[in-house]
Design a protein around this ligand. Structure first.
Ligand code: ADE
Length: 861
């Protein structure tokens, strides 16, 4: 898996280098944390106007981090109207930034400084700084109300920049500290500015339509220079340009438009400047075509290219068909025929009295030979070798092509060498670790009670290592998959510590690499969660379990026994995944091997049916490690609604987990085969499930989740596909990971980097990577929705994956534009109310599993 990931990553990097990954930015989806909290932004790229002390330096201004004294704090008190202090982030390349997050200094309760308001400045070249203002020209952004809660703000319009400054603003003299994050994605268009004539005003009989570029961030005098604005804000205009209701702004807002009469030449000239020389494939111009108002897309465009100081003599010309039938706004694609350029000047010819553009995007293959090209005209400081030219270019296509091929071959050879080298290394590691792992397991899982005493430090260091390297979510959502809202934890964890049999030892807390300042006073900090991969043979899911729970789980009183493999008789294959298979087996004499409190409803010497999860014998070290961890955790989960581990075979390969067999398979398939009771089912003779049994199943899931949440165990992938059905509608929660083909459509491959069950995920899990019991509650609401629809429809089936993510943004904004899953036909209002409460924006307002369970018990007919 790791190799595949590496190859994937390298290929992506390769594609990226070649510039093949070009796209028009979608502001609804482009909302990834850019690396303050995840660490991808290096300390040296975070600077500040001043610092209070070494321990409140700029590098401590990372959102959700508690290192140093807990935040960046400027040297002096911030005075009203003095905009001297700032925290600056250098993203190293241009980014499209859609969202910002801020937090104050909490420092485990020691700090209470935060910025109530702030402004943002940004720069693309490090020298010209622009003040961000919203669409109503307001610069001040409302910040934090306390020192711990993260406050997120949408940037509308978004920013295209490399450098961003956060500038605290106060209304009275006060101490301010900040932690921040930027969210967005790389700006692959590479456009740093466009220069164009100022947009004009159209006078309609009823009202004027302002077609100026109201968010242009360059100079606007007679023309617009050196800036970006509405043509690059990712928002396409409506078909009817007189309606602009999207941001409660004036008619014509979405468009920049010009009147033919103001241009005797018959064309509007726009010049585009780029970050470096690029190989352009296409330009897409989003044009209005409302011919009833004398607006049409352009009839011809003539483009000139400049790769060094001179413009190429021969321009490129393209004449789209003038459309007088369809009034829809549309993207007109212009083939730029692989011209190499760092600037393009296009003359757009009027086809009617008016020409209105809302977006212009460029698709380019990043020039591979930037090292031999002339410097970018835009003056971005050179940070990469390609920005540091030494030679002059020969732009003959053949040379470039040969050069590209040589580079590709070189990179492919490098990839192969790296992979081979890693494989050899991995093999060596595996050999060495195998013995260690076996020893550890023999020690930890043997029934001799004295061997159950876990070495906490060992346990933690291994799981912490896992957190750094193996958490799928963490790679994409660097805020940390185990994040829990600090405000909630402040009161929760001490209670937990008191009730736990074995309070976390200070050495345990101290041993964590992710641990921040908080454990000093013995009160565990939320960042102390260990990520445990319950990566069964069929999947690769990742669970978050707080360290304390790990300790609790590793108590001396629980374990499973080694089962003699020869007493298992294979019956059939139940499932298959990346790391192995699940078999239905008969187990002889299983009773003897099981914990006494677990009683089968069969007689002593009868063989019992069990599900045997087997790890492929050639599985790598990580998979093996995860399998063993899953055993550790599962052996200690004891609840009637959680799938139960009965015994293991770990003395020899292949490693096996023996779990109870649930004869009706997973709940999704089970319900898909059934129909609601009623006329229709009678006619079709289909098997039915009564409403009361549906409720019974939903109640059992709530009960299982109540148990998991009492251990602070976050499931992260609760869905009908991960619940098993036994006799008489009994339900047990399991987790099969994400690799079963049958359900691949339920997982979204995010930026090609990881798979996520987005249709079951809360807004904060998708946008911030926050996985908590509250996000499990959200998923529970979706699971109940599936149940009441008999799993006949995927949640939000009418939305594409991208639209689901956009809808998540609406949940975040909470301006009543979010789409909720509809009330299923069978679902009474009372139950739908519970589902809606699971999808409340504020995590604290969602019910607990205890409350849900109680409400459902009371509701059951
Ligand atoms: N498929 C995977 N695990 C199973 C189990 N425990 N029971 C039934 N089917 C399964």
């Amino acid at each position: 898996m790791k190799h595949l990931w590496d190859i994937h990553f390298l290929l992506l990097s390769l594609l990226y280098l070649l510039g093949a990954v070009t796209s028009q930015v979608n502001p609804g989806v482009c909302r990834y944390p850019l690396g303050m909290s995840g660490g991808q932004i290096q300390d040296e790229d975070i600077s500040a106007s001043s610092q209070w002390s070494e321990s409140t330096a700029a590098r401590y201004g990372r959102l959700d981090f508690e290192e140093g004294d807990g935040a960046w704090c400027p040297e002096i008190t911030v005075e009203p109207d003095s905009l001297k202090e700032f925290l600056q982030i250098d993203l190293r390349s241009l980014h499209f930034i859609t969202l910002v997050g801020t937090q104050g200094r909490h420092a485990g309760g020691m700090g209470n400084e935060f910025a109530q308001m702030y402004k943002i400045k940004y720069s693309r070249d490090g020298s010209r700084w622009i003040s961000w203002r919203n669409r109503q020209a307001k610069q001040v952004i409302e910040g934090n109300r306390n020192a711990y809660d993260i406050v997120l703000k949408d940037l509308e319009p978004p920013i295209i920049a490399r450098f961003v400054r956060f500038m605290p603003v106060t209304d009275h003299s006060m101490n301010v500290c900040m932690r921040v994050e930027l969210y967005g994605c790389e700006w692959l268009d590479g456009l740093v500015s466009y220069n164009a004539p100022v947009g004009e005003q159209m006078t309609l009989p009823a009202y004027p339509v302002y077609l100026n570029d109201s968010v242009y961030d360059g100079a606007v005098i007679y023309s617009m220079t050196e800036g970006l604005g509405q043509l690059t804000d990712g928002v396409c205009g409506l078909d009817d340009f007189t309606l602009s209701h999207v941001y409660n702004v004036w008619p014509g807002y979405d468009y920049v438009g010009w009147n033919n009469e103001s241009f005797p030449s018959g064309y509007v000239e726009i010049m585009f400047e780029f970050d470096r020389i690029r190989n352009f494939t296409t330009m897409k111009v989003h044009c209005n075509n409302m011919f009833s108002r004398h607006v049409k897309a352009f009839r011809q465009v003539v483009c000139y290219f400049r790769s060094d100081s001179d413009w190429e003599a021969t321009p490129l010309s393209f004449s789209p068909v003038v459309d007088e039938k369809n009034p829809s706004a549309r993207f007109v694609t212009v083939n730029l025929a692989n011209h190499m350029a760092s600037a393009i000047k296009c003359q757009f010819y009027f086809a009617d009295s008016w020409m209105l553009f809302s977006e212009i995007t460029f698709q380019s293959d990043t020039a591979m030979y930037n090292t031999t090209l002339s410097p970018p005209k835009t003056g971005l400081p050179p940070t990469q070798p390609e920005d540091d030219p030494t030679h002059k270019v020969d732009d003959s296509n053949t040379r470039i092509l040969i050069g590209c091929l040589v580079a590709i071959i070189f990179i492919l050879v490098a990839i192969i060498v790296i992979i081979l080298w890693r494989q050899v290394w991995q093999k060596m590691l595996e050999k060495a670790s195998r013995r260690m792992l076996d020893d550890e397991l023999t020690a930890s899982l043997s029934i001799q009670s004295e061997t159950f005493g876990y070495n906490h430090n060992h346990n933690h260091s291994s799981t912490t290592g896992e957190q750094e390297s193996n958490s799928t979510y963490e790679r994409i959502f660097p805020l940390g998959p185990d994040y829990q809202e600090p405000s909630r934890l402040i009161c929760k964890l001490p209670e937990f510590a008191q009730s736990s049999e074995e309070p976390a030892s200070s050495s345990t807390a101290a041993s964590k690499s992710t641990t921040a300042t908080a454990a000093q006073d013995g009160v565990p900090h939320y960042a102390e969660a260990d990520i445990v991969n319950l990566q069964g043979v069929t999947g690769s899911n990742t669970y978050a379990i707080p360290a304390l729970t790990m300790d609790l789980l590793s108590g001396k009183d629980v374990a499973v026994e080694e089962f003699p493999r020869k007493l298992l008789t294979f019956k059939e294959k139940l499932g298959e995944g990346q790391f192995g298979e699940v078999h239905l087996c008969e187990a002889e004499g299983m009773q003897e091997f099981m914990n006494k409190e677990f009683l089968f409803d069969i007689t002593e010497d009868q063989p019992v049916l069990v599900a045997v999860k087997m790890l492929r014998s050639d599985a790598n070290k990580n998979a093996r490690n995860d399998f063993l961890k899953e055993i550790k955790i599962m052996s200690r989960l004891k609840d009637p609604n959680i799938i139960r581990l009965l015994a293991v075979c770990i003395y020899s390969d292949p490693l096996c987990m023996i779990t109870e067999y649930m004869e009706n398979g997973d709940l999704n398939q089970f319900l898909s085969r059934h129909e609601p009771e009623g006329q229709l089912a009678l006619l079709s003779n289909a098997p039915t499930v009564s409403f009361s049994n549906l409720c019974y199943m939903a109640t059992q899931i709530a009960s299982g989740m109540k148990y998991l949440s009492s251990l602070n165990f976050v499931h992260r992938d609760l869905a009908t596909r991960n619940c098993l059905v036994g006799k008489n509608y009994t339900i047990k929660i399991a987790d099969f990971g994400m690799s079963r083909n049958l359900y691949s459509g339920d997982y979204y491959r995010i930026q090609g980097r990881a798979v996520l069950p987005i249709r079951w995920m809360s807004w904060e899990s998708i946008l911030l990577g926050k996985f908590t019991t509250a996000s499990d509650v959200w998923a529970y609401g979706v699971t109940v929705w599936e149940i009441l629809n008999f799993c006949k429809e995927q949640p939000y089936s009418q939305l594409t994956d991208e639209q689901v993510i956009e809808n998540t943004g609406e949940f975040f904004r909470d301006q009543k534009r979010q789409i909720y899953l509809p009330q299923p036909v069978l679902c009474p209002d009372s139950l739908y109310k519970i589902m809606l409460s699971c999808w409340r924006r504020n995590t604290k307002e969602r019910p607990s599993f205890q409350e849900i369970h109680k409400a459902l018990q009371e509701m059951e007919p």
